[in-house]
Design a protein around this ligand. Structure first.
Ligand code: OMP
Length: 223
């Protein structure tokens, strides 16, 4: 990335660590991998930190030059993220429609699975993390079945690890798959490489240990 996006990524890693959203330990990922780090966007759980998170998304989106007509937030965690990003973009003078889905279709009242603006045009998916790529594929299918065009994806963290196809690891990441095979544009505030760069620049044994574990994880699952 550019110097500006590198600086933004480093500031974001620091912010996520300070907020306790990015943690070290032993975590089981959705794809069943034992990870020495985990990013839990649900822990941006007050107004100020969610607002700052939205600023990071908006800045990295604007820097990416990605164009889009509306925002989609996949249930559950994508909903507050998409909402906060839409508010931040409007504050910056770019008011765009947004929508989100329910996990369970409603059979009364307005009915249906989608809430908010009608899904149309070039849709930007706003979500938390891309690992093996299951979550983003669900969003893409949902947008296509509504007759709209999945055009881009914005995530806070690209874990830069092998995607899975039918439960098998494949030698490319979910981001690479979505970008190169599906033709969507992808914007990540930070990537695993940015986390490692951050850890390299910290002194002290605590970070050295985390760094060694994260390096080992990348050697096993990284791309
Ligand atoms: P994939 O569907 O494999 O791309 O994983 C993405 C999802 O995994 C996210 O939407 C989260 O639900 C969860 N996740 C995190 O939130 N943070 C992480 O650091 C790692 C994961 C994960 O399970 O891979």
């Amino acid at each position: 990335g550019s110097a500006a996006s590198d600086a933004l990524a480093q500031a974001f890693v620091q912010f996520a660590l300070e907020q306790g959203v990015l943690r070290f330990g032993e975590f089981r990922t959705k794809a069943g991998r034992l990870s020495p780090y985990f990013f839990n966007a649900g822990l941006f759980c007050d107004g100020a930190s969610l607002g700052r998170l939205a600023q990071f998304y908006a800045r990295s989106l604007l820097a990416s030059g990605i164009e889009f007509d509306m925002i989609f937030g996949p249930a559950y965690k994508g909903i507050p993220l998409a909402t906060a990003v839409a508010i931040e973009l409007a504050r910056l003078g770019r008011n765009v429609p947004f929508a989100y889905n329910r996990k369970e279709a409603k059979d009364h009242g307005e009915g249906g699975q989608l809430v908010g603006a009608p899904l149309q045009g070039r849709v930007l998916i706003v979500d938390d993390v891309m690992s093996a790529g299951t979550a983003v594929r669900e969003s893409i299918a949902l947008i296509e079945s509504a007759g709209a065009r999945p055009h881009a994806v914005a995530v806070a963290l690209d874990r830069q690890e092998m995607a899975t196809e039918a439960g098998q690891d494949v030698p490319y990441s979910a981001v690479q798959y979505v970008r190169d095979r599906l033709g969507l544009q992808v914007c990540a505030i930070a990537r695993l490489a940015d986390l490692l760069q951050y850890l390299q620049q910290q002194s002290g044994n605590e970070f050295a240990e985390h760094r060694a574990r994260v390096e080992a994880y990348r050697a096993r699952y990284g791309v």
